[in-house]
Design a protein around this ligand. Structure first.
Ligand SMILES: Nc1nc2c(ncn2[C@@H]2O[C@H](COP(=O)(O)OP(=O)(O)OP(=O)(O)O)[C@@H](O)[C@H]2O)c(=O)[nH]1
Ligand SMILES: [Mg+2]
Length: 294
């Protein structure tokens, strides 16, 4: 189980091994501090974790401390997929975070579940973006609503949902442009897309999902925070976990955003996605430090 998640943490784990050498029975607070910082956990969270631990840290105590980050009662519960028909996901994130690739992965997962899928090319900013989504739709054998460059993304979202409703589609996934949040017109545009989705189908979009690039560190978290303030996010998907030794960013994402992580992206192909599992993640992290039976 969760083989891809484990594989994607290889770089994070090698970085830990470099710090501590052979696996231990216990480690000191100083050693743990170095491990946590190296793996890209925000310092404030590192401090909270350290404060809750004794001077000599064993496997169980670290496991409990790290798990507690995910048990925070402020974390929004994840909404059940396919709890509406069509179930509508709106995908948000900065340039190059992996939105379009993740949409292909989600469509692929849904197809494997026997669900019908419709993609909406709401990134009307770049010709290549519309084309990229169309290519994925063809390759995966799912439907897509596309439009001309410069078209109103809200109208693409509206058409996508409308078409999904009339065709009895199970799952609609809407792409958006990844311009930076500092451009206020993007905030307005995203708010409008959300309003228009609701107009097309009450309750839609059912999830507003931010795509977060694990290699981008704290700037990615700050961008997601800004999106959260703009439109209120429901969940995140963390991409490119395979390419980074900073897997600890996961702790910061959950704690700082208070949002559930639905999936992690572990490569560029449609199959390179896996559900995020807290226990596997914490076990891998802790397992890199301590001996099996300590
Ligand atoms: N290694 C790895 N690469 C990924 C992953 N997800 C996406 N990528 C790559 O990241 C690059 C950007 O992905 P896109 O899906 O085009 O990103 P986007 O957010 O749609 O980008 P814009 O449309 O330009 O805003 C591509 O080269 C993808 O193949 C992942 O989980 N792992
Ligand atoms: Mg894109």
């Amino acid at each position: 189980m969760f083989k891809l998640l484990k594989k994607s943490l290889q770089k994070t784990i090698s970085a830990i091994t470099q710090i501590i050498g052979d696996k231990r029975e216990t480690i000191s607070k100083e050693e743990l501090e170095e491990i946590l910082i190296t793996s890209d956990i925000e310092y404030e969270i590192v401090e909270q974790i350290l404060d809750s631990l004794p001077n000599s840290i064993n496997k169980i105590s670290l496991q409990n401390a790290l798990t507690s980050v995910f048990l925070d009662k402020h974390i929004k519960p994840a909404k059940e997929l396919y709890s509406a028909k069509p179930f509508v996901d709106l995908i948000i994130g900065v340039n190059g975070a992996g939105k379009t690739t993740t949409i292909a992965k989600l469509a692929n997962l849904a197809k494997k579940d026997g669900k019908s899928v419709m993609l909406g090319a709401g990134d009307t900013f770049r010709a290549a973006a519309v084309e990229q989504l169309g290519i994925w739709a063809n390759r995966l054998g799912v439907l897509a609503v596309t439009s001309k460059i410069g078209a109103d993304p809200s109208s693409v979202a509206y058409d996508t949902i409308n078409s999904a409703v009339s065709k009895g589609i199970d799952y609609a996934i809407i792409d958006t442009a990844g311009r930076l949040h500092t451009q206020t017109n993007l905030a307005e545009e995203l708010k409008k897309i959300v309003r228009v989705c609701e107009k097309a189908m009450p309750g839609a979009p059912h999830r507003k999902i931010a795509i977060i690039d694990a290699t981008a560190g704290s700037s990615a978290i700050n961008q997601a925070k800004a999106f959260n303030e703009m439109i209120g996010l429901d969940a995140v998907i963390v991409t490119k976990l395979d390419g980074t030794a900073k897997g600890g960013a996961i702790f910061s994402i959950v704690r700082e955003l208070g949002l559930p992580i639905l999936y992690v992206g572990v490569g560029e192909k449609p199959d390179d996605i896996e559900s995020f599992d807290t226990k596997t993640f914490v076990d891998e992290f802790v397992g890199a430090i301590f001996k099996e039976d300590s």
